[in-house]
Ligand binder design. Structure first.
Ligand code: FRU
Length: 497
């Protein structure tokens, strides 16, 4: 099956120009969750849920790509196919660790028994290029858990090593608890012990079945990331149904308890799910996520691949929350700097040189913090201050036919994303609103555009919003509008690999 997949990929090569330039994209077919994001022998490896034969989800393989700088990726042979009794329905999501010089993949083997689907945790061991499934798989079967725990929803192991012990966190549910993550430990990766339920939500308010958990220390805190299914929106949080969120808290590594704070959305756009992190040798905690939603298909007509990854993002814990920034390596690929200062934006403004679809664009908007008059300037009530805009808009990936619009409502401090005219051909969700609560006088919007996507980093990573657009690349104009006196600074670079 592995050979068949690799042969198929070779025969169905897709021109690189039809894919993203610097976002991980499948060679052909379907991609979902990032898996096994890890550093092994000096390179960063990323595996992913992969079905080569269609642009739809199917029996899961593990695709594999490798990078030295988190921007340029090289495709490796498919690492795993669903070819054993214990994983014939699919090699579901998981993670990786280096052990005794080997690269060890932990994944969920999905099989069927007596007409029922079961999910167990399995191992494959490799050298960074080829992997062999362990002869004694599965290493953790559902029956190791307390009785009422579900055998079907028991997946997505995240592994790490601490002081000679391996820990594995797995998403799960039970008859009483709709969403939880359970912790196991092992000295040798083969014999595992059930430790505890590390975190749970009994009311169902935080969705059901917490998929793709991750757990790590960041600054003075521990962070639990998970992607609960079927969650309802609350205020401006959790609008994606299947959400990705984080809890910060305090971890007692002796008792394996985690005192967690309230959950927070990890991203506020339309396409972000199942993030996974790894620790780089230089100490940076980097996160990558599936840049798609389970509920919408936003691809161009005739596109032969579907699903891609976000840009890896550096995480930082500060002022009680997580900040996200694009990995700094992207700056090595910036070309053709184009910069404007103190530009007044009227009804419609385009700026010479500010356009493109593979770009890093920073727009800083003055007086964005909702204060209406000139009182900030010690009572200066000049006309200009009174005429300050209420609405400011940026249109990206635009031409006469297409546009994706970001509208900022200054008084309410709400930013709205609208991709209705981006070329979407189905009745999919096109708008999302998010609240900006930093209380900063200026609003800094950093947009990273790559052929089919827009990632927005607000106020140096206080919030992010990630959105896929199916817009032809010829639509590359950028337009600014305001209904008053909006003043902006603009800095734009092409990303050239
Ligand atoms: C999350 C998920 C995982 C599962 C995988 C299957 O998107 O549902 O829980 O392992 O996708 O492809």
């Amino acid at each position: 099956m592995l050979e068949k997949a690799n042969e198929y990929i070779k025969r169905n090569h897709i021109d690189e120009k039809e894919k993203s330039l610097f976002h991980v994209t499948p060679e052909t077919g379907w991609m979902n969750d990032p898996n096994g994001f890890s550093v092994y022998q000096g390179k960063v490896h990323l595996f992913y849920q992969f079905y080569p034969y269609k642009t739809e989800w199917g029996p899961m393989h593990w695709g594999h790509q490798v990078t030295e700088d988190l921007v340029k990726w090289e495709a490796y042979p498919v690492a795993m196919a669903p070819d054993q009794d214990y994983d014939h329905i699919g090699c579901f999501s998981g993670s990786a660790v280096e052990a005794d010089g080997k690269h060890v993949l932990l994944y969920t083997g999905v099989s069927q028994k007596d007409g029922k689907e079961i999910q167990n945790q399995c191992i494959a061991i490799g050298d960074g290029k080829t992997y062999e499934k362990w002869q004694d798989n599965p290493v953790i079967k559902g029956d190791i858990m307390p009785e009422k725990f579900d055998r079907k929803d028991f997946r997505d192991p995240k592994i790490w090593e601490d002081n000679g012990t391996y820990y594995m966190l797995v998403g799960s549910r039970s008859e009483e608890i709709p969403g939880q993550v359970v912790l196991f430990s092992s000295k040798d990766l083969k014999e595992w012990k059930f430790e505890t339920i590390l975190a749970e939500n009994k009311t169902g308010e935080i969705g059901v079945m917490w998929e793709c958990p991750d757990f790590f220390s960041l600054g003075e805190k521990h962070v639990l990331i998970c992607s609960p299914q079927h969650m309802r929106a609350k205020g401006y949080e959790f609008h994606n149904g299947h959400n990705s969120l984080y809890f910060t808290g305090d971890y007692d590594s002796e008792k394996h308890t985690f005192e967690k704070d309230a959950p927070v959305s990890l991203d506020y756009g339309l396409d972000f799910y199942a993030p996974q992190t790894t620790l780089l040798p230089d100490g940076r905690r980097v996160m990558i996520a599936w840049m798609k939603s389970w509920d919408s298909c936003v691809i161009k007509e005739k596109q032969r691949w579907q699903g891609m990854m976000t840009l890896p993002r550096e995480l930082e814990y500060r002022d009680g929350k997580i900040w996200q920034k694009p990995v700094r390596e992207i700056e090595n690929y910036r070309k053709n700097r184009c910069c404007y200062e103190n530009v007044k934006v009227g009804e419609s403004l385009s700026l010479e040189g500010v356009r493109g679809r593979m770009i890093d664009l920073i727009v800083e908007l003055q007086n964005a913090d909702g204060i209406v008059d000139g009182s900030r300037n010690s009572g200066n009530q000049n006309q200009e201050a009174l005429d300050v805009y209420n609405e400011f808009r940026i249109e990206l990936a635009r031409n006469e036919e297409y546009t994706t619009v970001f509208t900022y409502d200054r008084k309410r401090q709400i930013l709205e994303i609208d991709r209705t005219w981006s070329g979407v051909q189905r009745d999919v969700v096109c708008t999302r609103k998010l609240q900006i609560t930093d209380g900063r006088q200026n609003l800094k919007l950093r947009f990273i555009l790559d052929r089919s996507s827009i990632e927005l980093f607000i106020n140096d990573g206080s919030k992010t919003a990630t959105t896929v657009i199916p817009t032809p690349v010829e639509a590359d104009e950028i337009l600014f509008h305001s209904d008053g006196n909006a003043v902006i600074q603009v800095e734009k670079y092409d990303i050239v690999l």
